[in-house]
Write a protein that binds this ligand. Sequence first.
Ligand code: 6GU
Length: 237
Amino acid sequence: MRIDVLTLFPEMFESPLSSSILKRAQDVGIVDIVLTNIRDFAPDSFRKVDDKPYGGGPGMVMMPGPVFDCLEHVEKLAPPKPRIILLTPQGQRFDQAKAAELSKQTRLILIAGKYEGFDERIRIGLDAEQVSIGDYVINGGELAAMVVIDAVVRLLPGALGDQDSARDDSFSESVGGGLEYPQYTRPETFRGMKVPDILLSGHHAEIEKWRKQQTLERTKRYRPDLLRPIYPKENTT
Ligand code: 6GU
């Protein structure tokens, strides 16, 4: 997979992309992540990419020109038709299903906005998918783009050491979209807290059953909003 990121702050990506799983995935060629600075496409020598909002009001607005020019440049850097995603708090909320869907693409282009907002013509003219990482506002799309990259890359075949380690993640299909079951490692007793006997029993079928039960219980308790109806909704179309 190739992921291009358009940003005014490429340096924000350095540390997350050069550590741990994201670093390894790039080193072994599972993903190629390319950062392009939108400011390189500013029209003047002051490298200006934002301006005051028409109609007045606080803050600065990102101008459309540099974003369009940057995107057109980046699109030509590689042949696969990209899926283009604009990170914005006004987008559709990102979740595990979206991460899984994006992980099947061969190419993504993520556009991270900074400042108080985008000129509306970026939204309209790009016809990009708009994605938000949750119902709160952060200072720019960079951290959101990193969240998307991290969630997507860990699902790429070979990105995790153990092929199965993403399988039972919280929110994944294998736990019915609910929370992951509790995990334990050594020691068997820590500060008076014992590992549940079942996990030491060696009864794989029973362990599986216990884990399913735990998933259900914790999801009910901590995230009842994630519980799926027993009877799927009728198709009303
Ligand atoms: Cl993508 N950007 C900003 N600035 N805030 C957000 C977001 C994105 N997603 C949630 N909050």
